[in-house]
Design a protein around this ligand. Structure first.
Ligand SMILES: Nc1ncnc2c1ncn2[C@@H]1O[C@H](COP(=O)(O)OP(=O)(O)OP(=O)(O)O)[C@@H](O)[C@H]1O
Ligand SMILES: Nc1nc2c(c(=O)[nH]1)N[C@H]1C(S)=C(S)[C@@H](COP(=O)(O)O)O[C@H]1N2
Length: 197
């Protein structure tokens, strides 16, 4: 039996939230997570504009009221004046987790030279892990999954490899991934059962 998990997904885009174009962020997040995880997922979804207070309030609502163990945001991480997702995320943080941002920029550099323009952060709030992803819909799978060679072997690990153990450490459900999408790493002592058991 797999533990149920509640995951918040937040698409932050002025134009998608106004209906100028159709949001592709939420479907991309939902599709990737559903493919990657064995656990039954309850999604709490929000599509909001690039407003700092709205973003912070949404993260607090998803973490504190809905009890999301994981919250993924997409959009608003760049240098433009309205890109304020990292500031809004840091404003509600108990702890910063710099490794996620560092690794995401490393991965993204394999795809685009402008990867260094993303100021994405990850933080812990209570029992929630909150991670910013860039706004380009294709960047969602790129950063979560990393880069694989022609035989499906990882060239650069995606950040999701470290997410299940991080959620263990903050007291959340035991997340189990499908290895063909993402191999999650846990120290032996933290493994509940062997893969595919
Ligand atoms: N939610 C989304 N759905 C579809 N495409 C998106 C979405 N968010 C971003 N994009 C695409 O990725 C590009 C870069 O994303 P970014 O977050 O920098 O958007 P932006 O230029 O600030 O504009 P906006 O906030 O209005 O989406 C956008 O110009 C758009 O082409
Ligand atoms: N994997 C990946 N990372 C990426 C990109 C991308 O296409 N793929 N786009 C970059 C660009 S062009 C920008 S400006 C920054 C910030 O994007 P955001 O403001 O949409 O969050 O993310 C960067 N990171």
């Amino acid at each position: 039996m797999f533990d149920p998990v509640t995951i918040g997904i937040v698409s932050i885009s002025d134009r998608a939230s106004q209906g100028v174009y159709q949001d592709q962020g939420l479907p991309a997040l939902r599709d990737w997570l559903t493919r990657a995880l064995h656990n039954p997922i309850t999604f709490v979804e929000r599509l909001i504009p690039d407003e700092r207070d709205t973003i912070s309030a949404t993260l607090v609502e998803l973490a504190d009221r809905h009890g999301c163990s994981l919250i993924l945001t997409t959009g608003g991480t760049g240098p433009a004046p309205r890109d304020v997702t990292p500031e809004a995320t840091l404003a509600v943080a108990d702890k910063e987790m710099p490794g996620f941002g560092e690794q995401m920029r490393q991965i993204s550099l394999r795809f685009v030279p402008t990867a260094i323009l993303s100021r994405q952060v990850a933080v812990i709030r209570g029992r929630s892990l909150i991670i910013n992803l860039p706004g380009q819909p294709k960047s969602i799978a790129e950063t979560l999954e990393g880069l694989k060679d022609g035989d499906g072997r990882p060239v650069v690990h995606g950040i999701f490899a470290a997410v299940p153990y991080c959620i263990d450490l903050i007291g959340g459900p035991y997340l189990e991934t499908r290895p063909e999408v993402c191999v999650a790493f846990r120290p032996k002592s933290a493994q509940r059962r062997t893969p595919n058991e």
